[in-house]
Design a protein around this ligand. Structure first.
Ligand SMILES: [Zn+2]
Length: 139
């Protein structure tokens, strides 16, 4: 006799295995459940009572995240949000950051960025002359 208390064995090993494959391939959890023909709540419910499955699901989710990342374009967003440190992402992110930091005159790689070079900008405000600053204590 099968153990079961009136509930169908809807999430059998074969289905679990296909579900994990879908998740590992980058499918969203709900999509993977629908794909293998179970309700979207079933895998999570099963994971609560099956530690082996729960662990496999975590592994599959991590692989799925990576699979989704691999389908994302390499750019600043990928560098910032997905932690990609490949040359393309680093270069793009560095260029974008440098552009945003431009006005701060920040040092970059030991070189001071000379952002004012070549720009004709006469001082448009005048500093107070030393004589106009009275010092009541010294006087
Ligand atoms: Zn990258």
């Amino acid at each position: 006799m099968t153990r079961g208390r009136g509930k169908p064995a809807e999430f059998i090993a074969d289905v679990r295995s296909r579900y994990l494959d879908e998740v590992a391939a980058g499918a969203k959890l709900g999509e993977a459940a629908v794909f293998v023909g179970v309700h979207r709540n079933v895998p999570a419910r099963h994971a609560r009572t099956d530690a082996t499955f729960a662990a496999a699901l975590e592994t599959a989710k991590a692989r799925g995240r990576k699979a989704r990342q691999d389908r994302t374009a390499h750019d600043e967003s990928r560098y910032n949000h997905l932690g990609c440190r490949c040359r393309v992402c680093r270069t793009t992110a560095t260029a974008a950051r440098t552009g945003r930091r431009g006005s701060k005159g920040r040092e970059a790689g030991g070189q001071v960025l000379n952002l004012g070079a070549g720009r004709e900008s006469p001082t448009s405000f005048s500093l107070p002359s030393p004589s106009s600053q009275e010092n009541p204590v010294a006087a």
